[in-house]
Design a protein around this ligand. Structure first.
Ligand code: ATP
Length: 234
């Protein structure tokens, strides 16, 4: 469904990701792991059109999407929740969600994803009039995911959704990712919490200094001796 081929992205001449190839099949949860600065965020930014690739291609559902503007990529069914979430802090939960669905002109079309978001995160429904800035870190993450779901994506890309969130809510976020997949949305998840991610993932890629150093099924990655030592603390 998503095919990233030999993608290279640089910032002012400095290579952040180099020759990365990643595939995600429909219905999968795929994790991209790696230390700080490995290039995980750059990969998602390049797929979503926020950064321009220096070389390589991204195709989605058989169509080349690299080079398209971000909103065109969103329109084709690729949603992206960046690490900094980019919510509208002064706007209410309700308005933040509504802004997520602007791509869908038919009003009737907005009700269904909204119900899906409320089923996933009942806390958001209780806080509709509240300003986004006053939500807890975990609630803001829920809102960012909810807003992305309002575009009715076929694939959802999440950049470290567990970051800066208290443990109880981390479990809730991971459970939500599983529910999202069950609802038919494919997931590409960037995470530093490798152990938890592998529990819900089908496959994983591990990046190091901008390159893929390992990929395989969740079980293969979990059982890899280097990974156990470096990432899983075993
Ligand atoms: P983290 O887990 O810390 O978010 P990451 O794996 O997501 O790390 P990236 O944020 O993709 O890594 O960064 C990859 C490399 O690109 C790093 O060396 C980083 O310093 C550099 N980089 C990222 N964004 C920019 C930018 N806007 N301008 C210049 N260099 C950047």
């Amino acid at each position: 469904m998503l095919e990233v081929s030999s993608l290279t992205t640089a910032y002012d001449g400095l290579i952040a990701i180099s020759d990365i190839s990643v595939t995600v099949a429909e219905g999968e949860i795929v994790v991209v792991a790696g230390a700080n600065g490995a290039g995980k965020s750059t990969l998602l930014k390049t797929i979503s059109g926020m950064e321009k690739a220096r070389s390589g291609t991204v195709s989605f559902a058989g169509e080349t999407i690299s080079g398209l503007p971000g909103h065109e990529i969103t329109k084709r069914g690729v949603a992206y929740v960046p690490e900094n979430k980019r919510l509208f802090p002064r706007l209410s939960v309700s308005d933040n969600l509504r802004l997520g669905s602007y791509l869908h002109r038919a009003k009737a079309d907005r009700e269904q994803p909204l119900e899906q978001v409320f089923a996933l995160f009942p806390r958001l429904k209780e806080r509709l009039p509240q300003r986004a800035a006053t939500l807890s870190g975990g609630e803001q993450q829920m809102l960012a995911i909810g807003r992305a779901l309002m575009t009715r994506p076929r694939i959802l890309m999440l950049d470290e959704p567990s970051q800066g969130i208290m443990p109880k809510l981390v479990d809730e976020i991971f459970a939500a990712v599983e529910t999202i997949r069950k609802a038919g949305v494919t997931v590409l998840l960037v995470e530093q919490r490798l152990a938890e991610s592998l529990e819900i993932a089908d496959r994983a890629y591990v990046l190091q200094t901008g390159r893929v150093i390992l990929s395989g099924t969740a079980a293969e990655v979990r059982d890899n001796p280097d990974i156990r030592r470096a990432y899983l603390g075993m």
